[in-house]
Design a protein around this ligand. Structure first.
Ligand code: NIG
Ligand code: FE
Length: 384
């Protein structure tokens, strides 16, 4: 994670949406009929991969946010979003989400995961997943859908009853319509216990969906241990991960996915990023963009938080937000580095060096974004 291959004065050739050559200007050469984009000495990095968001919801929750800033603890906000989503149309959910995901794209994200989880009943979960699919059709970046029916227990239902609806009704419908690639569960006291989480993830896998877990976010919930035992693709959050959880993730080849924007927003201690990297784990970073616990959707800001608050080096944080994020979505062979054969997902940053990235915290230094070789964002020219 700590070694980036940096090429000064580099060029990069793209054909058919893929990187065909990369290296010195002489090595890459110039194609007679090709279009040229001059990065003007800026820094080109792979497009950010954001492997954990809840970007499709119906309405904002600023009153809950402001009350929390005044000391009210984080509580049942997911159920507020659930009421709003149940009342909304699929098309309007897609429209609302599209605005945020477009903003992410303009901030350099070229692959984004989006979870359901604000429906909490079969029809509404399917509506959310269809809205995610609809939204992705209007966008030039890649969207990966995750089914998170097990995000909270809906009002008036028991955990056992609701788990039965997830495994017996939701998962077969999600699989039949091929609406999601991953199945996720919020494994936490007051949400889903370890046994229910295992039941949901095993049923997901039987339906063809790989496992992800919201693990050890608000307490040591046993989520990372379960992720390891199941060989889940990723365990996410990990603010309170135990030593046993770290060992289990190593044994199970799990990608620890850290979301420092959430710790920042909730005023919680940060996940032990340094310790996880030192343990040899392939840490990934994600925004967790959602209406309740984190509104940050810029991966450059997440990278900066990882450097400032989790003692990850800038090199490690960049790897975590690109290649390891791609691995957390099963796409490390497709995107996340600037290598020949990979999809041409890249961002031109208006920086003198990648090492300036966390230093210019909160600045907008994205000059241009390419997704699959296509220019999808270019900063409007500064007015004089
Ligand atoms: O990742 N942990 C659970 N879900 C979200 C919060 C969702 C919400 O409050 O709407 C999270 O923090
Ligand atoms: Fe989350």
């Amino acid at each position: 994670m700590s070694r980036l291959d940096v090429i000064d004065g580099a060029s990069l050739a793209i054909e058919g949406g893929r990187i065909t050559r990369v290296g010195s200007a002489e090595h890459v050469g110039r194609q007679a009929d090709g279009e040229v984009f001059d990065a003007e000495g800026g820094v080109i990095l792979p497009g950010w991969v954001d492997p954990h968001t809840h970007a499709v919801f119906a309405e904002s929750r600023e009153e809950e946010f402001l009350a929390r800033c005044q000391g009210t603890p984080y509580g049942r906000g997911i159920l507020t979003s659930t009421r709003q989503v149940r009342a909304a149309e699929e098309a309007s959910l897609a429209q609302t989400g599209l605005r945020f995901v477009r903003e992410m794209m303009c901030a350099g994200t070229t692959t984004v995961e989006i979870k359901s989880g604000y429906g909490l009943e079969t029809e509404s979960e399917l509506k959310l997943l269809r809205a995610i699919r609809r939204l992705s059709q209007g966008l030039p970046i890649e969207v990966v859908a995750t089914f998170l029916g097990a995000h909270a227990i809906p009002e008036g239902r028991s955990e056992a009853e609701y788990v039965e609806e997830i495994t017996g009704r939701m998962l077969p419908a999600v699989a039949a319509e091929k609406l999601a690639e991953f199945c996720d569960v919020f494994c936490e006291a007051g949400f889903f216990g370890v046994a229910s989480s295992r039941t949901v993830l095993e049923a997901g896998r039987a339906a063809g969906l790989e496992a992800k877990i919201h693990a050890d976010e608000l307490s040591d919930s046993g989520g990372a241990v379960l992720a390891g035992a199941l060989g889940a693709t990723s365990a996410d959050h990990l603010l309170y991960v135990s030593e046993a959880g770290i060992e289990a993730m190593k044994a199970g080849s799990v990608i620890p996915t850290l979301l420092p924007g959430t710790a920042f927003t909730l005023g919680l201690p940060y996940a032990p990023g340094r310790r996880l990297v030192d343990a040899g784990l392939p840490v990934a970073l994600a925004s967790d963009f959602n209406p309740g616990t984190c509104l940050i959707h810029s991966m450059a800001t997440i990278v900066a938080l990882a450097v400032m608050k989790m003692r990850m080096t800038i090199e490690e944080a960049i790897t975590a937000a690109t290649l390891n994020g791609a691995a957390a979505l099963g796409r490390a062979g497709e995107t996340g580095t600037l290598e020949v054969g990979k999809r041409a997902d890249l961002v031109v940053h208006d920086l003198g060096s990648y090492r300036q990235l966390p230093y210019f915290f909160g600045h907008d230094r994205v000059r241009a974004v390419f997704a699959a070789g296509r220019l999808v964002y270019r900063r409007p020219d500064e007015t004089p």
